[in-house]
Design a protein. Structure first.
Length: 420
């Protein structure tokens, strides 16, 4: 495999100064409250007709404040997407129209961003955090963070429209289905459709997908589902940083780390989509394990790390085996989790994968496997290694730090693809 070094384009490098300045401004902002607006925005209509249930249809919109560094106008949206079984469901997100002019040929392009793991509580929805870098709910207590600021800033400064998804069940009724391949991919693709409708953009306007961690998995899922699920979209490229492409491997990797509680996000999501999973977990989980699932259901990722960080899942099962061992000996669980593995399809547009061998949350070997799977199917795919040393293994620091040096190369890659 030839390792790729993606250098930022001249246009994107010009935006770097603005990014640094904005980062300093954000660092100086005081704690804010989330810009929820009307409390009932996130409650879908009780009845929706067949035409209004089509994927990508806008249900409602709401202008919302945007934090000072971001040069654009933000609109919170509710749009229709689909569950794993293709039944319709409403999801929410944010579309940001840049103030900058698009300097490329043709209509303004749209990049759909899949946020990294934000949590499972409704208060963690990214669309509630567009006016502030973070929001503290002292009553719960809960701390929600906005993880997508750097990418949004660079893209908007280059005149690219940005759509940020909340994912199915995040903010809206229901349980967020963490790392569900189909539902994350659907949410990304339908957000692209909704963003074009919101701005009355041409149907063939260029589209790209991007994300890191959970967002990388969402972008990768959208890339390989696009051809069949949304063939009308003009998808030019995707970027998937540290994609959580193999869920079983992720479970084994995060067990005992700062992010151990995210396994609870996964299991909560599986129980609401796969009927065979709940009775297995009811039988196999210990009282402590069941308490973890109940506890993480209303938390953001920061809360989960503080509450369940560095716990071993051996305490969560009745037998004392790890959840990875439980999955390995239970065919129904193994099949359900393997269904979420990304790499079984083929992207129809080029993809940039980025990963770090030192990542302490996402196994590097699984990203390399995704690269090999896609390349074996004839896809146009690059893999760029982030050359960082191990940083306090198990804390998630190496995973978090590896994102920063990739922001400019990734956005440059996408902007170049959207410009051509």
């Amino acid at each position: 495999m030839q390792k790729q070094r993606i250098r930022p384009s001249r246009r994107v490098r010009r935006a770097a100064t603005a990014t640094v300045a904005a980062g300093a401004l954000v660092a100086g902002l005081a704690v804010g409250t989330s810009t929820v607006g009307a409390a009932d925005f996130y409650t879908p209509p009780a009845q929706v007709g067949p035409a209004a249930s089509e994927p990508g249809v806008l249900v409602r919109t709401q202008p919302i404040p945007l934090m000072a560094p971001l040069p654009g106008r933000a609109t919170r949206i509710m749009y229709m997407t689909a569950y794993t079984d293709d039944k319709p469901v409403a999801a929410t997100g944010t579309v940001i129209e840049p103030l900058a002019r698009w300097g490329g040929r043709g209509p303004r392009p749209t990049v759909v961003l899949g946020p990294g793991t934000s949590g499972q509580g409704d208060q963690c929805a990214p669309s509630k955090l567009m006016g502030v870098p973070f929001a503290l709910d002292v009553a719960k207590p809960s701390l929600a963070l906005n993880f997508s600021l750097p990418e949004m800033l660079v893209l908007l400064n280059n005149g690219v429209r940005v759509a940020v998804v909340d994912y199915v069940g995040m903010g809206t009724p229901g349980v967020p289905t963490f790392l569900n391949r189909a539902e994350q991919g659907h949410a990304m693709l339908d957000a692209a459709r909704a963003a074009l409708k919101l701005r009355d953009a041409p149907g063939d306007a260029p589209i790209a997908f991007s994300g890191y961690g959970q967002g990388g998995a969402a972008a990768a899922a959208a890339a390989e589902l696009a051809h069949d699920y949304a063939p009308e979209l003009n998808v030019r490229a995707s970027h998937a940083g540290a994609p959580m492409a193999d869920v079983i491997s992720v479970v084994n990797k995060v067990d005992g780390t700062h992010d151990a509680g995210t396994i609870g996000y996964l299991l909560n999501g599986l129980t609401v989509r796969y009927p065979k999973v709940k009775p297995i977990l009811d039988r196999e989980l210990s009282p402590a394990g069941k308490a973890v699932l109940a506890g993480v259901a209303g938390q953001c990722i920061t809360d989960t790390g503080l509450t369940y960080g560095f716990q071993r899942s051996t305490a969560w099962t009745r037998t004392g085996e790890s959840l990875g061992q439980l999955i390995a000996r239970t065919p129904e669980l193994r099949k359900t989790l393997d269904d979420q593995r990304i790499g079984k399809g083929k992207p129809s547009a080029p993809v940039l994968l980025e990963a770090s061998p030192a990542d302490d949350l996402v196994p590097y070997a699984t990203v390399r496997r995704l690269f090999d799977d896609w390349r074996g199917k004839g896809a146009s795919v690059q893999l760029s290694d982030t050359g960082l040393p191990p940083l306090l293994p198990g804390t998630g620091l190496a995973h978090a730090v590896a994102k920063s040096p990739n922001v400019l190369p990734a956005t440059s890659y996408l902007i170049t693809a959207l410009t051509d």
